[in-house]
Design a protein. Structure first.
Length: 344
């Protein structure tokens, strides 16, 4: 592990990971955008932050594969399988991959496919599962937690979780990422950590909508609390343990993402709550809003398995059916919950 550390993906979070890694290692960060790569290497300034000379950019996946034994992958979830079909054959089983993607794969099922009978929970794949299917890499980890990229780039303190079935993945990840202002916890429950990081984005959309309608912290707190219940339901359906949702990868990430304007999912919801259309918002945001895709998948799971997830249901109606947000708030306020805590 004395080689450079690779980062595949040059979005905000990929850039933040590269900056953290550069305090302990030489870093090679990949983007297919040659103009972005050349500009980074020219001025070492990106996403509002300066980088030291230990970070270099490349547009060659082959160079990442040849130069790096430890590779972080941070790309949109919908792009991972296509990426791994190209990248996977370049990787030997000796490599270690840690991903930082908060999304799901549907095993080549088109989200727009009207034949609902094709959908089932077995087709919902975590990012680590996609990496396993499309490469010979065995030692895989997932990065999850309250990791708002802009705050990391500013040098603000935070913590994260590296989850993996392999102790050496956690140990090496901790060694490479840890610093005075960035603490790394470990977990061997990778599936639960991944699902916790994914489904919290649904609630972040809703929290943003409340902010867009001028609602205060009381409503936001209620949504986050009741929303936690629903993301645990999704996780358990897919084989996750509910304990993970109460830790850094779960409620820690949920609170950060559902309360900050630095969160893409919160920002999407806030703009929608302010009256903008989904099409306009998505067209004008510079990075992927994973929560929109996750909301659709969550609704498919709810329908298929008759889950009790009223927040997901009403958020889906708002985002995809243009349901009035004021009516949605009224619906949730009157929803007949049997008891306050009903998931344990």
């Amino acid at each position: 592990m004395n080689k450079k550390v690779g980062v595949v993906g040059m979005g905000s979070f990929g850039a933040a990971i590269a900056k953290l890694l550069s305090y302990n290692s030489d870093v090679l960060i990949y983007s297919r955008n040659t103009q972005k790569v050349n500009k980074f290497n020219s001025d070492h300034f990106f996403k509002g932050a300066e980088y030291n000379s230990r970070v270099m950019a490349t547009y060659s996946l082959k160079k990442i594969a040849e130069s790096c034994d430890l590779i972080f992958i941070v790309v949109p979830s919908a792009s991972l399988r296509e990426l791994m079909k190209k990248f996977g054959p370049m990787l030997s089983p000796a490599k270690i991959i840690i991903h930082g993607i908060k999304g799901l794969d549907l095993d080549n099922l088109d989200l727009n496919d009207s034949d609902f009978s094709k959908f089932n929970k077995e087709r919902v794949k975590t990012m680590s599962k996609v990496i396993t299917e499309e490469s010979s890499v065995v030692r895989i980890g997932a990065l999850s937690g309250p990791n708002l990229a802009k705050e990391i780039l500013e040098g603000q303190p935070t913590a994260t979780v590296i989850a993996s079935a392999f102790d050496e993945v956690i140990k090496i990840g901790q060694e490479k990422l840890s610093g005075e202002r960035f603490y790394v916890f470990g977990s061997q429950d990778i599936k639960s950590a991944e699902f916790a990081g994914v489904f919290k984005n649904i609630i972040a959309l809703g929290s943003g909508m409340l902010a867009g309608k001028g609602m205060g912290k009381n409503m936001q707190a209620m949504l986050i609390t009741r929303g936690l219940r629903e993301i645990i339901i999704f996780g358990e359906l897919l084989g996750a343990k509910k304990e993970a949702f109460l830790g850094t990868a779960g409620i820690g990430d949920l609170v950060a993402t559902a309360t900050s304007s630095l969160s893409r999912n919160f920002t999407f919801g806030k703009r929608l709550g302010g009256g903008e259309s989904m099409e306009k918002i998505l067209a004008t945001m510079d990075e992927v809003v994973e929560g929109v895709r996750t909301l659709y998948i969550g609704m498919m799971l709810s329908k298929k398995y008759k889950l009790h997830t009223p927040i997901t249901f009403i958020l889906y109606k708002i985002v995809f059916d243009n349901y009035d947000i004021n009516k949605a708030i009224s619906y949730l306020m009157r929803y007949p919950y049997a008891e306050d805590v009903d998931i344990f």
